[in-house]
Ligand binder design. Structure first.
Ligand SMILES: C[S@@+](CC[C@H](N)C(=O)[O-])C[C@H]1O[C@@H](n2cnc3c(N)ncnc32)[C@H](O)[C@@H]1O
Ligand code: SF4
Ligand code: SF4
Length: 357
């Protein structure tokens, strides 16, 4: 039996009313928001798009009051969940704890992407008390690879912090937050992938996501992915074979196939992006773009200054979405699986005789 896993867009089925409204042409607002708290990072990962803000060691922070007020309005319009991520390290925000507590109070389910290197006792308590998931970005299964990618000697420190998170959750007798690790994978890191799987299984995290590194123009060398699909596939399958009832390995097969140029993913089945209506991203200055991959000319407006509700269904936003040539979007962009699925619902393939159950 096919199971819906925690990293798949099949989960849209749990929001069937919103999907149905969208398919009937009603105005819907996003279910999920990705938000940055900090523009900049204390790490310097080889391939990271936050790279331009890493070197000067100055971090820009979101204005907590404006941020919380905006998120309150978005929640009232139907937003349910928020992932703290962005172009930098969210846990560096001086109000990190306050922001998390306020968002929870508003009613959000909260997720966090973090490099896990600056978590102290208080932050770990806040995370364990309030979050639905925390996913630590950890690239490499040994010190040498990790330090080559992150360019920081934080291997042991981050492992200790992950252990403390797990210990705290156990002490509090909770099932949440789920505690997972994400592993960026290319020709530099695949050699230690199986070591990473063994390490994190032994530590006792809930899951390991194995995702491909995507090319970004700001880091043309660091973000190269020279893997070859047939040899990568067998290593990904080996990694997945370590899954059991307490530990899941999720290789993002489709993303790898897209990045590594597999034929069936060369063309999209939709003309404009559906996924962007269901999940959106906020920049730390309040800028709302059509999608994280389309900035500059694709600014819808500023949610700190203008009314989000008006902005979302403005002609400008709709025109911008429809103006994006999706076949030129980054190959493995986040919303592609959801957009493909929605298009299949909108226009079923009659060859599969959809009404025969
Ligand atoms: C930019 S970071 C921000 C949050 C936090 N600092 C962290 O590392 O989780 C979010 C995620 O983007 C991933 N990422 C950055 N650059 C990437 C690239 N070129 N290809 C694939 N993933 C990338 C990182 O590995 C990380 O998992
Ligand atoms: S830790 Fe996150 S934001 Fe920082 S450089 Fe690495 S991927 Fe980028
Ligand atoms: S990059 Fe992906 S998510 Fe963004 S508009 Fe294109 S298809 Fe949609």
């Amino acid at each position: 039996m096919k199971k819906i896993d925690r990293l798949s867009f099949d989960k849209i089925i749990y929001n069937i009313e919103r999907l149905d409204d969208y398919l009937r042409g009603k105005k819907i607002y996003p279910i999920h928001i990705d938000a940055g708290l900090v523009l900049g990072c204390n790490h310097d990962c080889l391939w990271c798009y936050a790279a331009n803000k890493i070197y000067n060691n100055k971090f820009d922070f979101v204005d907590s009051e404006k941020f919380i007020a905006t998120l309150r309005k978005m929640h009232a319009l139907g937003a349910k969940s928020i992932t703290l991520v962005g172009s930098g390290e969210p846990t560096l925000h001086p109000d990190f704890a306050k922001i998390v507590v306020e968002l929870k109070h508003i009613g959000y389910e909260i997720g966090l992407f973090t490099n896990g290197s600056v978590l102290d006792k208080k932050m770990i308590d806040i995370i364990v008390d309030n979050l639905t998931f925390v996913r630590i970005s950890f690239n490499g299964g040994n010190k040498e690879t990790y330090e080559k990618v992150h360019k920081r000697e934080h291997f042991d420190k981050v492992i200790d912090n992950i252990k403390t998170l797990l210990q705290k959750r156990k002490e509090k007798k909770q099932d949440f937050p789920t505690i997972g690790v994400q592993h960026g994978t290319n020709h530099l890191t695949i050699g230690s992938l199986i070591d990473a799987v063994k390490l994190f299984k032994q530590i006792g995290v809930d899951y390991l996501e194995v995702k491909p590194i995507l090319f970004i123009s700001q880091k043309p060398d660091g973000s190269r992915n020279d893997l070859n699909w047939s040899s990568a596939k067998s290593i990904l399958e080996e990694a997945e074979s370590f899954s059991d009832e307490n530990f899941a390995v999720y290789p993002k097969y489709e993303q790898f196939m897209k990045v590594l140029g597999q034929e069936e993913y060369k063309k999209r089945n939709y003309d404009y992006c559906h996924g962007c209506f269901f999940s959106t991203s906020l920049e730390i200055d309040g800028s709302l773009y059509v999608c994280v991959n389309h900035k500059d000319d694709f600014l819808i407006g500023n949610v700190f200054d203008d009314d989000f509700e008006e902005m979302w269904w403005s002609k400008k936003h709709l025109d911008l979405i429809k103006s994006i040539a999706v076949n030129r979007c980054p190959k493995a962009c986040r919303m592609d699986p959801l957009s493909r699925f929605i298009q299949e619902i909108k226009e079923p393939n009659k060859q599969i005789h959809p009404n025969f159950l």
